[in-house]
Design a binder for this molecule. Sequence first.
Ligand code: GLU
Length: 302
Amino acid sequence: MTGAGRFAPSPSGDLHVGNLRTALLAWLFARHTGRSFLLRIEDLDDRSSSEVADRQVADLTAIGLDFDGDPVVQSQRRSRYDEVIDGLDTAGMTFECFCTRKEILAAPRAPHSPPGAYPGTCRDLDEGERAERRESGRPPAIRLRSDITEFTVQDELCGTFTGVVDDFVLRRGDGVAAYNLAVVVDDADSGVDQVVRADDLLSSTPRQAYLAQVLGLPVPTYAHVPLVLNTFGTRLAKRDGAVTLTTLASVGVSAERVRAQLAGSLGLGDGSETPDPATLLARFDPSKIPAGPWILDPVDLL
Ligand code: GLU
């Protein structure tokens, strides 16, 4: 097998059918192209829990997905992230940032600077100014000294996408590696060359692809898949009702039935039969994935 795809959940809450649909798509894309399929537990956040991670793995297995090798666990890779950040630091490509979120939002910015982009406040502090800010007691975040303002990626489903690349955070003030850094390092270290995930992450992708390039790492292929929305048109969440396998099981809906519904939403079944994963794989055609979000009324799962 050549290359790998992956699913990389954050274990801060049980997976809902929207997450499961994204996982199924990532699995289908990987297997369809003869890649291995890896699981990564993105547990750098304080809200992560190993019990939730175990339930996520059990739910993914219950809908029929299989993974190669042991999961990569981000909390066990802190020293690797520090090593990469140190390398960028040595190359003069980082700076310390003492700003609070509030200061960043309030800072004056250049007339054409993109909304939400870091305004550059700490980029050019001299040694004296940095020492003064260190004394204020706030541990600095480490940002990338980016030499571009935007970057273009190719996405298998969304086409050509150009997005903001600012001096984004590599390591937070609390010492934890930032999402954008960890994702890029992990994908490259584990041989992931195909990234399939929900399209709410498309806007982070130019930053990640640029960082991969800066680090001399291969840029993976991308496919950002449409989100699942509730009937109000907002992102599906647990408050929308029975949307996790556990809550669905408690009202008599099996994991096979959920897989059948997901297959129906992807045009891979009519929702009434319960096709096994191999059948879904045989039917899978990336060019036929519905372009818009799947609007789900959880009652329809019953
Ligand atoms: N951990 C992220 C999430 O659960 C996904 C990261 C990724 O796929 O790159 O939203």
